[in-house]
Design a binder for this molecule. Structure first.
Ligand code: NAD
Length: 270
């Protein structure tokens, strides 16, 4: 089978470089273009050299038309605005678009759904790891079994360059608690606490955020009952795991109709 031509968006970023290494190591995929924002330090550099795997003859450009020439798919870990703009291009060209970008607003998400309806095959996930997607399913089950009488708190820690909080994964875990309880996360989430907050209200789903060093991503869901506590944790040890998950999603997406999917669809967990 011919190799699938993939463009890496955010090629100069931490995840972009992990994606370049993963694609270069995959038999059935080929890096046909590399995109970054205008003025980024990566522009004009060879994508392989940036990712530490030696020259691959693909230089990073800010010109999406040029990067996408002949491409069949995009792997995109960038910013919400960049992902929304690229999804419109994906819809117009009928491309597979794997989106790992977090911090999207409800308006951004609505625009991505519209691009899925418009012809793009999108897989968007706040976390592409198998472990986290399994954890989401377990948390939902645990929250359903224990009920709102057990207080749910979600703690996450990431590296000191992360720009959004709480993490997309923490939000997925919060959604899992809410789904298990049959409630709306927005109506029960407490994103941070400070000062004289008063006592914890029953049914709250609390979030706490830590930032430091080069932590790839730690998440724990605490379910705290009277006299006992359940802690469900995941530790990401290397960004390669997200890249491997994104590639799995990409290969799965080849057989799908246009639309928007998530990692639970890819893993058959839905
Ligand atoms: P990063 O800052 O290292 O990289 C982002 C890259 O995107 C940079 O090179 C930046 O210049 C580039 N960029 C910005 N605007 C652009 C544009 N308009 N066009 C093309 N490129 C553009 O960040 P990172 O750690 O690689 O993370 C990127 C995103 O992926 C974040 O939202 C992060 O939370 C998310 N993330 C998701 C997962 C997951 O599994 N879903 C895992 C890790 C990180």
């Amino acid at each position: 089978m011919a190799r699938l031509k993939v463009v890496v968006a955010g090629a100069g970023g931490r995840m972009g470089q992990a994606n370049i290494r993963a694609i270069a190591g995959a038999e059935n995929l080929e890096i046909s273009g590399a995109l970054d924002r205008d003025g980024a330090p990566a522009i004009g550099k060879d994508a392989g050299l940036l990712a530490g795997i030696g020259e691959i003859g693909v230089s990073v450009t800010a010109d999406a038309e040029k990067a996408l020439d002949g491409a069949q798919a995009i792997i995109d870990f960038t910013t919400p605005a960049a992902s929304v703009a690229l999804a419109e291009v994906s819809a117009a060209r009928g491309l597979i678009h794997i989106i790992g970008t977090t911090g999207c607003s409800p308006e951004d998400d609505a625009a991505l759904v519209a691009s899925g309806k418009g012809g793009a095959i999108i897989v968007k996930a706040g976390n592409f790891s198998l472990g986290i997607n399994l954890l989401v399913a377990l948390v939902s089950k645990a929250a359903a079994a224990l009920g709102p009488g057990w207080d749910a708190e979600i703690l996450e820690m990431h590296h000191n360059k992360k720009v959004d909080a709480p993490s997309g994964t923490a939000l997925m875990l919060g959604e899992a608690v809410a789904a298990g309880r049959g409630v709306d996360l927005g109506a029960h989430a407490v994103m941070a606490r400070e000062g004289h907050t008063g006592a914890r209200r029953p049914g709250e789903i609390g979030f706490a955020t830590l930032r430091g060093g080069n932590v790839v991503g730690d998440h724990t869901v605490f379910l705290v009952g009277p006299n006992e506590r359940l802690e469900l944790s995941h530790v990401a040890q290397d960004r390669a795991l997200f890249a491997d998950g994104a590639l799995k999603a990409l290969l799965w997406a080849r057989a799908q109709a246009p639309g928007i999917y998530d990692m639970a669809d890819v893993l058959g967990l839905n």
